[in-house]
Design a protein around this ligand. Structure first.
Ligand SMILES: [Zn+2]
Ligand SMILES: [Zn+2]
Length: 87
């Protein structure tokens, strides 16, 4: 059994069916503003491990990435130019 959850609306499913199919179904019906956000506990953080090597000077913007079930908005700071998450 595999557990899948949606960070955007708080939906959780434990399933033996193919995860991608179950997820696609939720994604289509997710009530969250801005769409479903799949929680993937198995994947490492998106943050690069190595120090910054590209010449981008980073224009930081605060992007809304999800709205929780209780209406609390989640933000991530990312670079508008290269798309990297900074914090
Ligand atoms: Zn959802
Ligand atoms: Zn950048």
């Amino acid at each position: 059994m595999i557990k899948i959850s949606c960070e955007a609306c708080g939906w959780v499913a434990v399933t033996g069916e193919p995860v991608n199919d179950v997820w696609r179904e939720h994604e289509a019906g997710c009530p969250a503003v801005g769409g479903a956000v799949r929680h993937l506990p198995d994947l490492p953080p998106i943050r690069p491990r190595l120090p910054e090597v590209n010449p981008c000077r980073h224009r930081l913007v605060r992007r809304q990435i999800a709205v929780m079930g209780n209406g609390v908005k989640k933000y991530a700071v990312m670079c508008e130019l290269c798309g990297r998450f900074v914090g």
